[in-house]
Ligand binder design. Structure first.
Ligand code: NG6
Ligand code: CA
Length: 506
């Protein structure tokens, strides 16, 4: 080859390389890891001192760590509904915590977070806790394909459990089929009355390896020595073992990562820790000194480390954005006597905020939120106001899909905040715990409500009060000083603003 030809070929190859890497950069893989009931104060990167979470801390050190990010709601189903649809869940009835036999609540004809990625040519996968309903009715045949579900709202692949780890049916579904179901061993589920002859926590407490908390139910069908919510019969070989749940989801996630090295993918990995029943793998039991809840968080941290490793091993770390968050605030006693309270040893999963899961106070919805994307996101701590619901409009912007005009959504494009380019996120956010609350910049208003101010069963302040509550979050993140009487104009302004948002037609 003469010199001219060599230079031409060299230039051509260089160009190809640039185009290829530009393409790759245009379509980063997205892995969204969502923990279940993990509190703001549960991670060492968010100030926990009794628990050490080195892997999640590393993610935070290498990415942007948000201090003012929120789930829309203080429980699971509504907050996950918002992530999938980009819409405030309280706009649609039936979006509260679902039983394990509920029908799908996500509309199948609308753009969803995963369908957005599909439109952009991604492979999409959902692994873990679903809790958004399956099928079209409560009565359903679990022994054949169960649909619609994740696969009908935009996921090419799904490996899920239907509801929560404490609700029947305690089985996995892979692309709509129950995994390891023996033909003829018909699964039946009922949330109102006992079916079949299997022991229940109520009738046979001597069979339990972990007792339920007084007054908190969880005493129906016993599976793997744990009483559940709801009755289940059949599907003997298909039932999960709680100690293996985390590894099972992790292995499936690793398969997705390794199987999509060369094509862009969106992976939604909804892990179950530290939701009840906390029954970590044997190697994690006793590791934290804080009981099984702490151990489950260490297991979760290890899992996140394994995901990071899998991404590195696949050689796609530079082109993969990992987002980590939790679906709602924390709770210690959520239905089982697992020593989360007695062994807390001063660990406060809500710190430095008030409330927790189920609450309208900040700890209900303000959650850990970390985003890492090498070279694009520079390490940063950001106090931008962000909501998980905003992932939809933000990723639409990243993927160059214009959804703002097509869809009646509440999701806002906060891409620049997500990427740490600005600390300006949204300015207004409605929070759903007990009564609705609204944040506007540094102010927060909680609507008056007749509900109980304290949920004795779980030991959490609900946020309910017969009077309006107004807090200045910048000066008072612990919501200790109600300024409503001092600033009646502000109360009026925020109450009207909330009312206006509620009345919007979406
Ligand atoms: C509650 C359960 C609680 C938990 C929660 C759902 C009782 C008394 N409590 O109803 O144990 O399962 O639902 O949690 O039944 S969530 O994180 O999925 O929203
Ligand atoms: Ca949850």
């Amino acid at each position: 080859m003469n010199q001219g030809a060599f230079i031409k070929r060299f230039t051509f190859l260089l160009l190809c390389g640039t185009i290829l890497s530009a393409n790759a950069q245009q379509k980063p893989n997205i892995i969204f890891i969502l923990a279940d009931d993990l509190g703001y104060g549960d991670l060492s990167c968010y100030g926990a001192t009794k628990l050490h979470t080195p892997n999640i801390d590393r993610l935070a050190m290498q990415g942007v760590r948000f201090t003012n990010a929120h789930a829309t709601s203080a429980t699971c189903t509504p907050s996950r509904f918002a992530i999938m649809t980009g819409k405030y869940p309280w706009r649609q009835s039936g979006t509260d915590i679902l039983p394990g036999d509920a029908a799908l609540i996500i509309p199948t004809h609308k753009t969803t977070l995963p369908s957005l990625f599909k439109k952009a040519g991604y492979t999409t996968a959902m692994i873990g806790k679903w809790h958004l309903g399956l099928g079209t009715t409560i009565e359903k045949n679990w022994n054949t394909d169960v649909r619609p579900g994740p696969n009908e709202v935009g996921f090419d692949y799904s490996f899920i459990f239907p509801a929560t780890a404490d609700r029947v049916p305690a089985i996995f579904l892979e692309n709509e089929k129950v995994v390891a179901l023996e033909p003829g061993d018909t699964i039946r589920v009922n949330y109102h009355k006992k079916i079949g002859n299997e022991p229940t926590g109520k009738e046979n407490p001597e069979l339990l390896k972990m007792k339920s908390s007084p007054g908190q139910g969880h005493d129906n069908t016993i599976i793997n020595g744990i009483g559940r919510i709801g009755f289940m019969d059949g599907g003997k070989t298909a039932r999960w073992t709680d100690e293996e749940l985390s590894f099972t989801f992790l292995n499936k996630a690793k398969e997705v990562i390794a199987g999509n090295k060369t094509t862009p993918f969106f992976l939604y990995l909804a892990v179950t820790e530290p939701h009840v029943p906390r029954m970590p793998a044997t190697i994690f039991k006793g590791k934290s000194g804080l009981g099984f809840r702490g151990d489950a968080i260490l297991q979760l941290d290890w899992t996140v480390g394994e995901i990071m490793k899998a991404v590195e091993d696949a050689g796609i770390a530079d082109n993969t954005m990992i987002v980590f968050s939790s679906d709602n605030g924390p709770v210690l006693d959520d239905g089982y006597q697992d020593d989360a309270v007695t062994k807390a040893n001063g660990h406060n999963p809500s710190a430095p905020m008030r409330g927790g899961k189920y609450s309208s106070y900040e700890a209900g919805t303000r959650i850990p939120f970390i985003a890492k994307w090498p070279h694009t996101i520079k390490p940063l701590v950001s106090d931008a106001l962000l909501c998980q619901m905003d992932l939809m409009a933000s990723f639409a912007a990243l993927l160059n899909i214009d959804i703002a005009q097509q869809e009646d959504i509440d999701s806002e494009n906060c891409l620049d905040a997500l990427l740490g380019k600005t600390k300006q996120g949204r300015t207004i956010l409605v929070e759903q715990g007990g009564p609705l609350a609204i944040i506007q910049k540094e102010w927060k208003y909680i609507t008056p409500s007749a509900g109980e101010p304290y949920n004795k069963l779980v030991g959490i302040e609900t946020g309910c009060a017969p009077v309006p509550q107004l807090y200045h979050l910048k000066n008072d993140i612990g919501e200790q000083n109600n300024l409503a009487e001092k600033y009646p104009e502000k109360v009026k302004e925020l109450a009207e603003l909330l009312d206006k948002i509620i009345k919007q037609k979406k």
